[in-house]
Design a protein around this ligand. Sequence first.
Ligand SMILES: [Zn+2]
Ligand SMILES: [Zn+2]
Length: 253
Amino acid sequence: MKICSLASGSHGNSLFVESEQGRILIDAGLSAAQIRERLNSINVDPRSIDGIVITHIHRDHVNGANPFSRQFNIPIYGHPDTLDELTLIFSGNKKITPWTGPFTIADFYLEPFRVSHDAVPTVGYLITSKEKKIVVCTDLGMVTPEVERYVKQAQFIILESNHDPEMLLNGPYPWELKERISGRLGHLSNHDTGAFLKNILNGNIQKILLAHLSEENNSPQVARQTVLEYLGSRAETTLDVIEQRKVSSVFEF
Ligand SMILES: [Zn+2]
Ligand SMILES: [Zn+2]
């Protein structure tokens, strides 16, 4: 499979995944024009995308979904309640496809699982093609047993590492927002993510991408360093960070 983050963070998220027979986007939170440009930069024709898969209703995950879907005639997949809530934004779009459990797109098998976040429902996805498994899990305030059960099945993990607790505490955000972010319906801190990964780290894991970093309350260096303190230097080559303003490398596995 090939994996490339077009953007990751609270100003827009979109992840490109390619198998032998299919191409999907997990979330489409940039503008449609930005998604098109960033796909072009990795030589992917937007018309070749088989589906846009939505995690939850927040704008940084759905902003460009409807225009991109309409422009290139691409179906949008999501939890029925998520798509219902987006009815106004998606109105008249004939390509809206609610799932009711695990589903397939081309040769991908996608298993949604619930995560704890302040948009209900919010889901992560375990994505299987052939024997290979990727998990995408961002926007969660805590690691539940369900999250652990899915994340540890994957060889390629894309997991939120949103903020450094000190930077959040001392940063510019109003108190309510600080509470929201660090709460059980908010976002995982670098420490939450490091401790969880340490718990599940095994020889099958080939790559971990730290995702949805806050630009105000985190930095790629701080996130990577903190998580490495939990995982040890052995994990140095396994661990990468995906960013808001950069298209990532195209990872192959
Ligand atoms: Zn988000
Ligand atoms: Zn969110």
